[in-house]
Structures are given as structure tokens and as C-alpha cells.
Design a protein around this ligand. Structure first.
Ligand code: NAD
Ligand code: AKB
Length: 313
């Protein structure tokens, strides 16, 4: 019989972790998935939860040893907009935290590690439309710089230590399960709450700022598919481009107006507009489609309809 998987999720109380933990528990059983975060969960009744700071290597090692961890999903990070407010902290959490996790994974014989990168690895000189896997990567934000360096560290641990690290360059993620945590793409979640609550929204990006996006069910599907894929077929051990939606704030607003005709949007671009301008508008994810059969389920209309059903009035 195969030994039982013990899965540790770091940064589990964020936008992705909240939904990924539920999906992992449905697949592996509640007690096989240990959720952890630096802050308490709103509700930790669905399975084991621990307070854990990824910046503390001793505590990280203790958690790996105590739970006999076989798989890790490392989600703890400081995102793009918050990172620009405190670049040194963002670098420390995103970089030192990742190295603590990679080191512990080698030391405790973890079988597989998932760590997300981002479209933030791209920059001003990257091709903007259908940005390829191996485009120029010249990020301007400290977040993007830390993600690019993280990708290289993951590839390094795979190559030199044989660690089975797998990674996706997520686009902006849209969900209703938990609010986003300080990114440039957060407008695409906020807009739904404001549309429902107040019938109007002031967007911090320009109306024509196209960005790659993905609905959370597709992000969870991509994550689990990559983690279940045959390792021999994975040609990329830095991070895979993965793509689904591509729209501007005006296009998103129009899709919402189909269902809420009185919804009104104003535009007041702030410092996040400057970040968004350096990112691609759409992504070429051919490697993901060929290597592990990636295909998203949601288009813009289906995503909008599902969000509006789930967000309370
Ligand atoms: P989030 O900000 O919503 O959640 C991050 C979680 O990490 C939070 O619950 C926070 O409390 C926790 N955390 C912060 N510092 C910590 C520390 N020192 N120790 C332990 N936990 C700590 O972020 P998210 O949107 O869930 O993103 C998860 C990962 O996916 C991040 O690596 C992020 O860069 C990446 N990503 C997210 C998106 C997106 O649109 N959400 C897009 C691309 C990549
Ligand atoms: C952010 O905007 O910082 C994130 C991301 C695209 O990495 N949502």
C-alpha cells in the first residue's frame, strides 16, 4: 500500500490557499492536509491548522518533521502592490521564505513542492501579446524580481538536489471565497463586490489596461493537474506560463452590465497602473497545454455569471 500523503499548505489563509485547502481536503481527506499561516484562520474547523511563520527556519523544520510532510504547497508571499510599499520586507518574505521551504523539503525528503510564480516576472521589454514562455523577463517591481529569482532557485533545487518542484506563473486570479491580498489585479475582484453593494466602482487601473486573468476554479484545476502530472513529461522546472482570460476593466465592466444594467464605473488610476503597464496583456501557454494537457473551463461570460451568483447583495 502507498504511504499516506501528508500535505502542508503554507500561507493557507490567503486568496488561493482558502480554496486550495478545500480542494486538497476533498481529494486527500481533511486530516491529511495541514493548513498553516502567520495569521489565524477565520474558521479552522474543517481540518488541522497551525500558526507558522515561513521566515522562521527552525519552526518550518519542526512542522515538516512533526507532520512527516510528503507534499508542500508554498503560497505565503507579499504581492505586487503591497510589495512596493515595503520592498525589503517583500524581498525577505518572498526569497528567504522560499529558501527556508526548499531547504526543509530537501532535508525532510518531501516528494513534491508547489510554488507559484506570476506574470509579474515579465516587464517592459517582454512581448505584450501572447507573451511566450521564454520571453524577455525584466520585471520592475520587487515582487516580480523576487518571483523571477524564485523561479531560478526552484530550477536550481530541481537540477542540483533532485527536488521535484513544480510551478505556475499565475495570471491575476478572480474569486469570491476570500478577498485578494494586495495585488495589482485586485480590481477584477473588488469590482464585483462594489457592483453588488453600491452599483458603482472607481477602478484604480485605466479602462483600457489589458491583463491576463483566470477564474479560481481554473487556477485550482491547473495546480492539481500540474502536481498530478507525470514528472518525466515536465520540461519546465522554473515555472509554466498558464493562461485563460484576457480583458480590460472596461470589458469586464461591460460584461457585468449585461446582468446589472445600472452598474457605473469611474477610472482613477493610481500607482498600480504603472505596475500594470509593465505586464503582458495575454499569455502563450503552449508548453502547459502540450506537457500536461492544460485547458481552462471558464470564459469571461461564464466567470462573470458565476461570480455574480456567489457574491451577496
Ligand atoms: P494572499 O496575499 O491572499 O495570501 C498570502 C498568505 O500568506 C496570507 O494569508 C498571509 O497571511 C500569508 N503570509 C504572509 N507572510 C507570511 C509568513 N511570513 N509566514 C506565513 N504566512 C505568511 O496571496 P494569494 O493571492 O493567495 O497568493 C498566493 C501565492 O500565489 C503567492 O505566492 C502569490 O505571489 C501567488 N500569485 C497569486 C496571484 C493572485 O492573483 N492571487 C497571481 C499570481 C501569483
Ligand atoms: C498581483 O497583482 O500582484 C498578483 C499577481 C498577478 O501576481 N495578482
Amino acid at each position: 500500500m502507498e504511504p499516506r500523503e501528508m500535505i502542508l499548505v503554507l500561507g493557507a489563509n490567503g486568496q488561493i490557499g482558502t480554496e486550495l485547502v478545500t480542494a486538497l481536503r476533498a481529494k486527500y481527506g481533511a486530516t491529511s492536509v495541514i493548513a498553516s499561516d502567520i495569521r489565524q484562520a477565520r474558521d479552522n474547523s474543517n481540518g488541522p491548522f497551525e500558526l507558522l511563520d515561513i521566515m522562521n527556519p527552525v519552526a518550518v523544520n519542526e512542522a515538516f518533521a512533526k507532520h512527516k510532510v510528503t507534499q508542500v504547497y508554498h503560497l505565503a508571499a507579499i504581492l505586487s502592490a503591497t510589495g512596493e510599499q515595503n520592498p525589503r520586507l517583500a524581498w525577505q518574505v518572498n526569497m528567504d521564505g522560499l529558501l527556508n521551504v526548499l531547504e526543509a523539503s530537501v532535508q525532510f525528503g518531501v516528494k513534491k513542492v508547489f510554488w507559484p510564480s506570476s506574470i509579474a516576472v515579465f516587464g517592459n521589454h517582454s512581448k505584450k501579446r501572447l507573451t511566450p514562455q521564454y520571453a524577455v523577463t525584466d520585471p520592475d517591481t520587487i515582487y516580480g524580481i523576487s518571483k523571477l529569482a524564485g523561479e531560478r532557485w526552484c530550477n536550481y533545487y530541481y537540477r542540483t538536489r533532485g527536488l521535484d518542484v513544480r510551478s505556475l506563473r499565475y495570471p491575476g486570479l478572480i474569486s469570491y471565497g476570500s478577498k485578494p491580498g494586495g495585488g495589482t489585479t485586485d480590481y477584477a475582484v473588488e469590482i464585483f463586490y462594489e457592483a453588488k453593494a453600491h452599483g458603482q466602482y472607481t477602478c484604480f487601473l485605466r479602462e483600457d489596461q489589458r491583463l491576463p486573468m483566470m477564474y479560481m476554479p481554473d487556477a485550482i484545476k491547473a495546480t492539481l493537474a500540474l502536481m498530478e502530472a507525470d514528472g518525466d513529461k515536465l520540461r519546465i522546472r522554473s515555472s509554466y506560463n498558464v493562461s485563460s482570460l484576457s480583458f480590460t476593466p472596461a470589458e469586464l465592466a461591460n460584461a457585468i452590465k449585461v446582468q446589472l444594467p445600472l452598474f457605473a464605473v469611474n477610472y482613477a488610476p493610481d500607482f498600480r497602473q504603472v505596475i500594470a503597464e509593465t505586464w503582458p496583456g495575454s499569455i502563450d501557454d503552449n508548453y502547459a497545454r502540450l506537457d500536461w494537457g492544460w485547458e481552462p473551463d471558464y470564459d469571461l461570460q461564464a466567470m462573470v455569471a458565476d461570480m455574480l451568483v456567489h457574491i451577496p447583495n
